[in-house]
Every structure is written in structure tokens, then in C-alpha cells.
Design a protein around this ligand. Structure first.
Ligand code: UDP
Length: 330
């Protein structure tokens, strides 16, 4: 049996495809390369360049491979862009997922692992955040991801499409081989931006606000190694294959680091100077986001073993020093 990975040339998708291949799964990747990189999916023998909204293509893929599960990453994921162009997010994310689910139903594919996000919670009521906490997204991106989660659940109720939604906190780090890593254009995420500054590719890191109600005034986030995230997808597929039913899991390390702590850690790991400039707050940033991942540990047997901040920065730095231009395709 094969697993279809939509968005398998993206950051988390490519690390998950690599983990699937490492355990001997047959992997089929579908990616429109809008934000993904062809090289990131180099190890995958079955690669389709195309869009999840192309229903004829989906039928062709389902007709050509014995697919028993889909891992669905393909989506737009920039918070700020989602606020200025929500239509793009509803079209690609929500309508795209509808197309995928319809073609799964028509082709009798009954398992889906869905790439969701901590952004479904919005401003948290308490930390650490648990899966049962209220979901009230503060931006259009989170709103579309929550709509996708809910749509998938209705397809379960009506058509028996069993699903696991994985709500990621802050993905960071790179594959231990140094072969694949994080390359967004434009880059908006803290860890790659800090390492680009360490490489001298940026003059400084802008700290977005140092007047938050935290110990050093900067925002606290829960950073989780991308390969630990990848592992959780494999465990989620296993759960669905065992027929244990649908579920939602937070994926985080359970430990928060401030923006200043990340920069300090990067200075230690790289031995480089990293200049900072304090700027105004970025709209929509909650002060503290930290996950409780007890449910994933308990029910999936998930063990995030690479998510100490040293390993995250070290693996990300290895990727950045080996690929100063990223994949070099933009
Ligand atoms: N951040 C920052 N400067 C940057 C990028 C990010 O201060 O150049 C902060 C951002 O405000 C947030 C944290 O770093 O508090 C993590 O941001 P990122 O965009 O990496 O992830 P998010 O938490 O928004 O998903």
C-alpha cells in the first residue's frame, strides 16, 4: 500500500515523506511547487507536480497507486498574507481540501492525517494549551485550518473517512542528514531568520515587540523539531491503520522559549554575532503559546526526542551553512 503526501515538497511534508521512506513505505507526492521545492522530494519515486484542486489529476493518482492513507499538508500558511488575501486561503486551503475529500470518497480512500496548527486556538485561555480548549482563530489562516478540520470530521460522519488532525506549534530544525531543511520565500519564521543573520545574509533580527507580559518582554513559543513532527504523522497513520478512530492532537515540546532566548541560543550554537533591533509588535501575536502534548504521547506513543532547543538550532544551522541560498530555486 502507498501513502499520498500532498505538499510533500514543503518543509514539514518533505521531512514526513523522508521519514516514511526511511521506514520502507511507498510514498506518492503531490505538490504544485508554489511554495515547495522539487529537490526536497528528490527521494520520492512517485512525484506529481499539480494542484489538489485538480480533481482529474487526483483521480489519476488514486487510480494509479494502491493508496490506503493520505497525509495532507498542501496549503498556504502565512498568517499575514491570510489577512490581506483571505480568498487565496479559502480557495487553496478550504476548497482544495473539499476537492481532496470528494476524490478520496469517490475512490474509496478512508484515512487522512491532517496538518493543522496551534493557530486554531487564537489567544489562549491558559497554557499549556489542551486539545479541549476553545478554538477561536485570530487570523484567516487559522480560520481556514479549523474549517478544514471540521469538514474532514463531517466526511468521517457521513462517509467513514477516519482522520487525525495534528495541531503543530512552532516547527523548526532540519533533517539530521542535512539534505532537507527550511526554505520559505519570503522567510517569516524566527529560527531561519536568526540563522540567516548569523550567516551575514541579513543585517539584523527584528524583535517584534519587547513589551509583552513575559520575563524578558518578548513572545514565548513552543518549538518542536520538524523530524519529531514527522514521526507523529507516521504514528497517526499507524493509529488509523489499526482502526482506532479519529482524533486530534497537539504537537509541541511542552517548553516555551522567548524570542531573546532563541537568539541567545543561536549565538551560542553558531559562535556568531547576531545583531537585533527591537520593532513594534506584529499584529495578532499572542504573548505565550505552549502546548500540552500529553494526549499524543499517551495515545500515539509519541516521543519527541530531538526537540531540545540545542538540537533544533544545531540541525537548522547545519542545513543553513550547507545551503546558504536554500534550495536555490527561487
Ligand atoms: N519573530 C520576531 N522576529 C522575526 C520573526 C518572528 O520577533 O523576524 C517572533 C514572532 O513575533 C513570534 C515568534 O518570533 O513571537 C515566532 O514567530 P514565527 O513567525 O516563527 O512563528 P509563529 O509563532 O508566528 O507561528
Amino acid at each position: 500500500m502507498a501513502i499520498l503526501v500532498t505538499g510533500g515538497a514543503g518543509y514539514i511534508g518533505s521531512h514526513t515523506a523522508a521519514a516514511l521512506l526511511e521506514r520502507g513505505e511507498e510514498v506518492v507526492v503531490l505538490d504544485n511547487l508554489q511554495t515547495g521545492h522539487r529537490q526536497a522530494a528528490d527521494g520520492c519515486t512517485h512525484f506529481y507536480e499539480g494542484d489538489i484542486r485538480d480533481e482529474a489529476l487526483l483521480d489519476r493518482i488514486f487510480g494509479s497507486h494502491e493508496i490506503d492513507a493520505v497525509i495532507h499538508f498542501a496549503a498556504n500558511s502565512l498568517v499575514q498574507e491570510s489577512m490581506t488575501d483571505p480568498g487565496k486561503y479559502y480557495h487553496n486551503n478550504v476548497y482544495g481540501t473539499l476537492c481532496l475529500l470528494e476524490r478520496m470518497r469517490a475512490n474509496g480512500v478512508k484515512r487522512i492525517v491532517f496538518s493543522s496548527t496551534a493557530a486554531v486556538y487564537g489567544e489562549p485561555e491558559r497554557v499549556p494549551i489542551e486539545e479541549t480548549d476553545k478554538t477561536e482563530p485570530a487570523n484567516a489562516y487559522g480560520e481556514t485550518k479549523l474549517a478544514m478540520e471540521r469538514m474532514i470530521r463531517w466526511f468521517d460522519a457521513a462517509h467513514g473517512i477516519q482522520n487525525v488532525s495534528l495541531r503543530y506549534f512552532n516547527a523548526a530544525g532540519a533533517h539530521e542528514s542535512g539534505r532537507i531543511g527550511e526554505d520559505h520565500a519570503p522567510e517569516t519564521h524566527l529560527v531561519p531568520i536568526v540563522l540567516q543573520a548569523a550567516l551575514g545574509k541579513r543585517p539584523h533580527v527584528a524583535i517584534f515587540g519587547d513589551d509583552y507580559p513575559t520575563a524578558d518582554g518578548t513572545c514565548i513559543r513552543d518549538y518542536i523539531h520538524v523530524s519529531d513532527l514527522a514521526d507523529a504523522h507516521l504514528l497517526a497513520v499507524d493509529r488509523l491503520r489499526r482502526g482506532e478512530g479519529s482524533a486530534v492532537y497537539n504537537l509541541g515540546s511542552g517548553r516555551g522559549y522567548s524570542v531573546r532566548e532563541i537568539i541567545e541560543q543561536a549565538r551560542r550554537e553558531t559562535g556568531r554575532d547576531i545583531p537585533v533591533v527591537v520593532q513594534p509588535r506584529r499584529a495578532g501575536d499572542p504573548a505565550v503559546l505552549v502546548a500540552s502534548s500529553e494526549r499524543a504521547k499517551r495515545e500515539l506513543g509519541w516521543n519527541p526526542r530531538r526537540s531540545d532547543i540545542g538540537t533544533i538550532i544545531r540541525t537548522a544551522w547545519a542545513w543553513h551553512t550547507a545551503h546558504p541560498e536554500g534550495y536555490g530555486d527561487r
